[in-house]
Every structure is written in structure tokens, then in C-alpha cells.
Design a binder for this molecule. Structure first.
Ligand SMILES: [Zn+2]
Length: 227
């Protein structure tokens, strides 16, 4: 097991999104909501990491069955075999992000470009998550999902172009992308973490369809063969 890798961060000439996001400090009440969601999100990601790596379960049988389940869910949602691809690396990076005290949260103004459509977003190359006013009016469950989604972006899961989202986490469908593109959709990771960590599947139509993850664009995919 290689140690947790902190990805080098390159600052690009950020798109207009960055300029308009006008980083604002979050209030104490907002940070409290973030803290709650962050802890829950980290717990889910960690439990999937354990399932994927076979760690953390007391009984070998339980570990084997959790691994099998995670393998099936990852195959469906990410198009990747957890025994062949570096799903564990991405999960470890997501978990480290969610647990890091160095991760910055900005509370963006409603007028920020990234807030027109999303509840949060990550600007490429920044170790920061911007949260929109909507994040704080979303349900507690939705806030956890948003942070799992955003942590995937920080772990370098990006789709070049329009991101696809799951309106519902039904644990049966793919949020978007086919083939290698599946890997680059942050919501496929969000859906994967939801289902492989044993959360209840949404009933179809239980959540009405606005996407809630962050907008982002343009980086290299993180997929690679296991080392
Ligand atoms: Zn996103």
C-alpha cells in the first residue's frame, strides 16, 4: 500500500468561472453545516475504500462480501474493475481531502457563475471547494452527496465538457458517460460511494432532478492501472 499521495497542484489561468466566483468566507453556521456533511461524506468514502481494499472488516467473510459488492457496483458505475484499476487511489485521495484541515471552503455568492446551476463547484487546480447558497438549503443528505461529488473533483476526476448527473441514486443506473468517460464523471463516483457504502437506494422519482454537484472542466482523468 503506497502512502497517501497529495496531488501536486498546478494553477492554470483559470476560466471566467474563477474570477466570478468571488471567494467569500463562510459564516460559522455555514461551516458547521459543512463540518457535519464533511464528516459523513468522509465516513462513506472510507467505508468504500475499506471494501475495495479488503481492510477494515473484522471477519474475512464480511470483507470478501463487501469487496464483491463494491466490485459489482464499480463495474457498473465506473466501468472499472477495482482489482485492476486504481479505484483505491481515488478513494484515498477523496477521503484525505474530506478529512484535511487544509481544504478551503468558500461560500460563493448566488451571482457566482458556478452557482447558476450547481450547489457547489471546484475550480481546477485549487485545493478548495466553493459552495453556493443552495448547498445550505439542500437536505442534509444532499449536502453529503455534494461533498462526495466535489471531493472526487479534488481527486482529479474531471470531465471535459458538460458533466452528467444522477437525479436519483437508485444504485442501478449510470449517471453518464460510456467506456472511459464513465470514470471521469464525478457523479458516477458519488453514486458508487453511496451504493457501495450501503446507503439506501433512492426510489425512482424520489428526488426531482436538479443537478447538485459542481461544474468543472478540463483536466486529465485519474484512471490508471494499479501499480
Ligand atoms: Zn461536478
Amino acid at each position: 500500500m503506497s502512502p497517501i499521495r497529495v496531488f501536486a497542484v498546478t494553477v492554470f489561468a483559470a476560466a471566467s468561472l474563477a474570477q466570478s466566483a468571488s471567494a467569500q468566507k463562510c459564516s460559522a453556521a455555514q461551516m458547521n453545516a459543512v463540518k457535519q456533511a464533511k464528516g459523513a461524506a468522509a465516513g462513506r468514502v472510507q467505508s468504500v475504500y475499506f471494501a475495495v481494499t479488503g481492510q477494515g472488516a473484522s471477519a474475512p467473510q464480511a470483507a470478501a462480501s463487501r469487496h464483491k459488492q463494491a466490485k459489482e457496483v464499480a463495474q457498473l458505475m465506473l466501468g472499472a474493475d477495482i482489482d485492476k484499476y486504481n479505484v483505491d487511489d481515488v478513494l484515498r485521495s477523496m477521503n484525505a481531502t474530506l478529512l484535511s484541515s487544509g481544504l478551503t471552503f468558500n461560500c460563493a455568492a448566488r451571482s457566482a457563475k458556478g452557482c447558476k446551476q450547481w450547489a457547489g463547484f471546484v475550480e481546477q487546480g485549487k485545493y478548495a471547494v466553493s459552495l453556493c447558497p443552495r448547498f445550505f438549503t439542500d437536505s442534509a443528505e444532499q449536502r453529503v452527496r455534494t461533498l462526495v461529488h466535489e471531493s472526487a473533483h479534488v481527486a482529479k476526476v474531471y470531465f471535459v465538457g458538460e458533466e452528467a448527473y444522477c437525479a436519483v441514486y437508485d444504485c442501478q443506473s449510470v449517471c453518464g458517460g460510456a467506456g472511459d468517460k464513465q470514470w471521469n464523471m464525478a457523479d458516477n463516483w458519488g453514486h458508487f460511494v453511496h451504493c457501495a457504502s450501503g446507503q439506501k437506494a433512492d426510489k425512482p422519482d424520489s428526488i426531482s432532478g436538479k443537478p447538485s454537484g459542481g461544474k468543472s472542466s478540463g483536466a486529465k482523468p485519474a484512471k490508471g492501472k494499479k501499480k
